[in-house]
Design a protein around this ligand. Sequence first.
Ligand code: CP
Ligand code: NVA
Length: 331
Amino acid sequence: LADLSVSQIHSLVSHAHRLKRIYTPLLRPVEMQPSRHREPASSLKHKTIALLFSKRSTRTRISAETATDLLGGRALFLGKEDIQLGVNESVRDSARVISGMTQGIFARVGDHSEIEELARYARVPVINALSSLWHPTQVLADLLTLREIPSLTVESEARLKQLRPLTVAYVGDSANVLHDMLVTYPRLGHQLRVASPEKYRAPPEVWNRVVELGCDQGIFWTADPKEAVHGADVVVTDTWISMGQEAEKEQRLKDFQGYQVTEQLCLEGGANPDWKFLHCLPRKEHEVDDDVFYGKRSRVFHESDNRKWTIMALFDGFFGHWQRHPRAWIT
Ligand code: CP
Ligand code: NVA
C-alpha cells in the first residue's frame, strides 16, 4: 500500500463497498434475489489472471478466484508444484512468459525480492498477495471492515461512512500485516500503537518506507502490550509464527509470552471500553483467547468476507481497466 496514494486507497475501499452492495443480493438463493438489479461489471471478460502462490492460502486464494469469476474472467491457479518457476526457470523468464499469456499477476511469494523481480519483468500489473514483508490486500479488507462499524465512523451522507480518527493498537509480531498498517494508517489520520518485543521490530527496508511516507510521526512503539492498548478503539494481532518461520516456533512462543490479546489485557491497559478486534486469520489461541476471538468485539469473519470485495476492487481497477487507461482508473 506504500505504492498507492491516500486517494487511491480511499477509492479502492469505496469501490469494494460498491461491489459488495451490487453483488451480495445477486449471490442469494434465486427466490431471494431482487427482480431488478444493476448489471454487474465484467471488466475481466476474456481475461485470465495468473495466481502464482508459493505458499498456502485459504482467504486470499478463494477471494481472488471468486472475484475474478464475478468480473467475468478466468483465474489460473499456479501453485509451486505446478510450474517451472523457481525450479527449472528463473523469475525473470517466468515473468515474461506468464505475462505474455495473461492480463494480470497476483502473487504470493516467499522473500519479498521475488515479487519485486516479477514486477520488474512482467508486462502486466503485478499485485502482492503476501510476501515476507508486506500483505497489502489484508489491510484493504481491514479498512473496509472498520468503515462498516458505526461507532468508528463520523456522520456522513454517503452509505459507506468515513472513519473518525482512530487509535489502533497492534500487539504481536512485526510481520507483513503490521508493515502494511505502518505505511497506511498514519497517512489516513489514525494513530498506531504497537507492542512487539525489541528484537521483532520492523526491518530497515520497511521502516525506510514508513519514514519516507512520514508515517513514523503517527506510530508509538513499546514492548509492553498494556501500554500499546491504551485508548485503543481497535486491537489487532496476527500469528506469532508466520509461514516460513516454523523452525523458530519454540523461541517465538517464549518471546511472545504476555502478548495474548484478552479482555483483561485491554481492561488493565485502558483500551476504549467499546474496543473492536481484528485478526487476518489463520489464528492460534496463544495470540488471542476464545472469549475475544469469538466474542462481541470481534469482526474477524466480516474481515475475511471483505477480502473478496477488496480484492475484487483491486482486480477491477488494476487488471480490468488497466490496459485501456494505464494507472488512470484509480486516482
Ligand atoms: N489472511 C490471509 O491472507 O489468509 P490466507 O493465508 O488463508 O490467504
Ligand atoms: N503473517 C502471516 C499472515 C498470514 C495471512 C504469515 O505471513 O503467515
